[in-house]
Ligand binder design. Sequence first.
Ligand SMILES: Nc1ncnc2c1ncn2[C@@H]1O[C@H](COP(=O)(O)OP(=O)(O)OP(=O)(O)O)[C@@H](O)[C@H]1O
Length: 796
Amino acid sequence: MEKRGGTPSPSPRSTEKSGKDLTRSGDANGGASAGGNATPKGDKEKGVNVQVILRCRPLSEDETKGNTPVVISCNERRREVAATQVIANKQIDRTFAFDKVFGPSSKQKDLFEQSISPIVHEVLEGYNCTIFAYGQTGTGKTYTMEGGGTRKAKSGELPTDAGVIPRSVRQIFDILEAQCAEYSMKVTFLELYNEEITDLLAPDEPRFPVLPVPEDKNKKPIALMEDGKGGVFVRGLEEEVVYSAGEIYKILDKGSAKRRTAETLLNKQSSRSHSIFSITIHIKELTHESEEMIKIGKLNLVDLAGSENISRSGARDGRAREAGEINKSLLTLGRVINALVEHSGHVPYRDSKLTRLLRDSLGGKTKTCIIATISPSVYCLEETLSTLDYAHRAKNIRNKPEVNQKMMKSAVIKDLYSEIDRLKQEVFAAREKNGIYIPRERYLQEEAEKKAMTEKIEKLGVDLEARDKQLVELKELYDAQMLLSAELGEKLEKTQKDLEDTRHALHDLEEKYSEAKSTIKEKEFVISNLQNSEKSLVDCAYNLRAELENAAADVSGLFSKIERKDKIEDGNRSLVQRFRSQLTQELDALHKTVSTSVMQQEDHLKEMEDDMQSFVSSKDEAAQGLKESIQNLKALHGSGITALDNLAGEIDMNSQTTFEKLNSQVQSHTSDLEKCFGVIALGADNLLNELQCSLSKQEERLAHFANKQREGHLRAVEASRSISNITVGFFHSLDVHASKLTSILEETQGVQDQQLIDLEKKFEECAANEEKQLIEKVAEMLAISNARKKKLSKRL
Ligand SMILES: Nc1ncnc2c1ncn2[C@@H]1O[C@H](COP(=O)(O)OP(=O)(O)OP(=O)(O)O)[C@@H](O)[C@H]1O
């Protein structure tokens, strides 16, 4: 057994070799380049993501008996884990993707071969690799890392439930033996408990009895020192050289047995500490120049204590403090992960020993794989979700792995020789000089160191006093802060829970909102359709109304026309009536006139006849008078002639000559007179005759004329009578036609009125029905939307 300052993550300068980006490539082998291929410079600069594997354990016997509901489903093919939550009676699945997922039925062998074996190959290629298990208490971290109850190998074969550590050890030896390599292997096993590091491989008896013996005498705390190169080392950590897998198993069993475990409500044998088991392998290689080189690989296998809810794990008093410390270092681990993921300037590695020890594995040059373990039980859901979040976030951490620089064998031998010399001097001094256990030089050196230390201690003592005071104050403050932080933590937890609930409720609401939105969209679509149909109906109704109005206007026009026609007809009728009466009157008047004229004519004719007769008679009288006057004249002539004869006899008696002459003259005169009188009488006779003739002619003509007049009058009377009869008949038929037309019109109007009334009624009924239906539909929709609104507002 060797004792040296061990560092869990030394990282000497690298060669060009590097691994693949597991997350991005999605390589089932975890991106391990078993052949140790050179990594492109770009990848090397960008780094590789921490590989995160998720494992869900099966239900325990008790859980199965108690019919514990399972809320985790693993899809190994899709590398997804879904956690089912029921919030507000609604099932919500949260799905997380990882580099590898192993379900409850997964075997230890499968997990190792698929995820860890490639890492082991890389260790043998000269990389530093870290595998750590993270998860709630009782989820199978120790089972995964170390294995089940039967860890002992039977006939050289590993048991089926052997975990990552024994399988890695077995594989390392198998490979090295298969390669017939020359190698040396050292292991360290430390425990970090309540922020104190203890060596699980330290011998049971204390080597320096002068040093104060701690409470647990087998568990003296050892210091974590800065190595001055940005790394840390654990001073005095035992490094055990091993030559076979069997030896390692023994060491493992011995160390595991020393780990602090306790029974919690969640795990009968719960690890209360974090453990780091490291295997360092030195492999000899020959260069082309046959120079011997030493390749160094290191595998850190970390089993973290359970991340637990103090109240749920049932931890009390000491256990509660323990849990607080565990949570504190895990909390720091979480903060480191967050800082690395968020690329914040300051990464709080120094806030806990765990993160100081794992510094190179988180964002350093080491290749890291996290195995997150969860329980499928509903009762662990809160912690499971927290683990899933934690692990999912850790996926984004980028490391820049570098192969450890190979060392010349001679340099290693030189180192080893100087180490041997140092040890020999110690042994020699111990053997030769009583009471002094170290060589004189070293003693002097240490004395000087001691003096300097004493001075320093004194100085520190003063500082310490001041600090103590400060510490007391700070402690008070710390206690207050702790109380506050516990309160705040509780509040935070509650708030987180509330937040989670709210988030789920919000999710629900969002879903409901989207549902409601789609329903509203549907309704809107229906409403828009309804509105469109209503619009078209309204348009139709408008058209119909316009048509009806047109029809009504037409009808009213028709009515007005009919009225006008009626009026005209009435006017016509009254005109006809008037005309008829006028005609009748006029006809009557004509009749009368004609008859009076006939009468007058007749009277006139009569008068004319009378006049004619009186004329004729007067003429007759005149002719008579003329005859008489002619007679008188004749008588007068005879008397004249006798007077003349008397005068002639007297004249004869007075002068014969004169007589004779006178005689002659009288004779001539008499003849002349006679002649004259004859002519006159003839003329008068002629005249009379002519007069009589003309009178008779006139009488005839007058009679004829009167007859003709009478006939004409009679004919005119007859014609006017027949005309008036025809006119009367025409007007009668006109009347009949008009009354028929009126009755037809009245009938048509009645029918049209009826039809219009019917049409109006039907239209009104139809419109009322449609309006009613529409109102009902709209009311229905409004009621539905109101109900929905009410519902949504209730839920909100
Ligand atoms: N994958 C698995 N298959 C079968 N049994 C398992 C599995 N994982 C865990 N178990 C069983 O569950 C119990 C708890 O496991 P384990 O002690 O490994 O949990 P843990 O996470 O290390 O808990 P703690 O943090 O308290 O140490 C053990 O009895 C273990 O055998």
